[in-house]
Design a protein around this ligand. Structure first.
Ligand code: HEC
Length: 249
């Protein structure tokens, strides 16, 4: 019975400090101040403790080749993440920095012509949400070159920063481009446009394919929207996509 107060005294007394600003002895400092674990940092030495095995190793690296992100149980989502069927050409190593990528001798862009269709199906129930997701991605990754209206006249082009390098085409002028080609170009890059395959996952790219289409085809996805839409929006409401009165309740 004496043991408890004794134990208390052993643990509590060392915490006493005369300085009112001092926390006293910390038994588990990591619980108060966790070592900052950040990406791309060498963790070979933390607080004077050296771990030779970790020296000069980055904590976040490219996932191994052919890794398929497997998120949730949604089969269509997982299917969308399967490795790309068509490859970019060897020349993309130097032109678009695709070192270590699985490339073929020649670009397979032309092969994507007819048989690749957007696996992220857009229909009455999800058109608004998909286009809103597309708009969010487009605004942060594409708009500075392609322009808000997809006319190829984004702020980077207007500012002259892009010089007379490639001209950014207006999407309207590419309305015969297949979905597979649009995907391929976003994934691997084309001409003066960089590759986005390591920045966006495949679902995001297919979302952008819808968003690009929406610039090319009048009323893309709108027709369906007239129908009773039962969007169960878990995501935030986009301000951007023109919406009719929502009475989803
Ligand atoms: C640095 C500027 C820049 C950025 C950022 C950019 N693009 Fe491009 N994009 C271009 C240029 C330049 C071309 C013309 C490429 C060519 O045909 O030589 C192009 C072409 C395209 C094409 C036509 C491809 C084809 O097969 O003809 C599509 C579609 C496209 N971009 C979509 C996107 C999307 C979506 C994003 C955002 C993820 C994006 N671009 C980001 C500059 C850019």
């Amino acid at each position: 019975m004496m043991a408890l107060p004794l134990l208390g005294a052993i643990f509590l007394l060392p915490s006493c400090e005369s300085d009112p600003d001092s926390p006293g002895k910390e038994f588990m400092p990591d619980m108060y101040r966790s070592p900052a674990i950040e990406t791309y940092v060498d963790y070979g030495e933390i607080r004077g403790r050296e771990n030779k095995g970790l020296k000069s190793k980055l904590s976040a690296r490219q996932t191994p080749k052919y890794t398929i992100p497997f998120v949730g149980t949604d089969e269509t989502h997982v299917k969308m993440m399967m490795p790309n069927r068509y490859k970019a050409g060897k020349a993309w190593e130097a032109s678009h920095g695709l070192f270590g990528w699985d490339l073929s001798e020649k670009s397979e862009y032309e092969m994507t012509r007819n048989d690749t269709v957007n696996p992220y199906k857009l229909d009455a129930s999800n058109a608004k949400r998909i286009l809103a997701e597309g708009k969010a991605l487009y605004s942060s990754m594409c708009m500075h070159c392609h322009g808000e209206k997809g006319d190829g006249n984004g702020p980077m082009i207007q500012s002259g920063a892009y010089g007379d390098l490639g001209v950014v085409p207006a999407y309207k002028s590419l309305d015969t481009l297949s979905e597979g080609k649009i995907f391929h170009s976003i994934y691997y890059g084309k001409g003066y446009m960089g590759a986005h395959g390591s920045l966006l996952n495949k679902k995001e790219i297919w979302t952008l394919v819808h968003y690009v289409r929406q610039f090319q085809v009048d009323d893309y996805g709108k027709e369906e929207e007239v129908a009773e839409d039962k969007i169960e929006d878990s995501e935030e409401k986009p301000e951007s996509v023109e919406t009719e009165e929502e009475d989803t309740k």
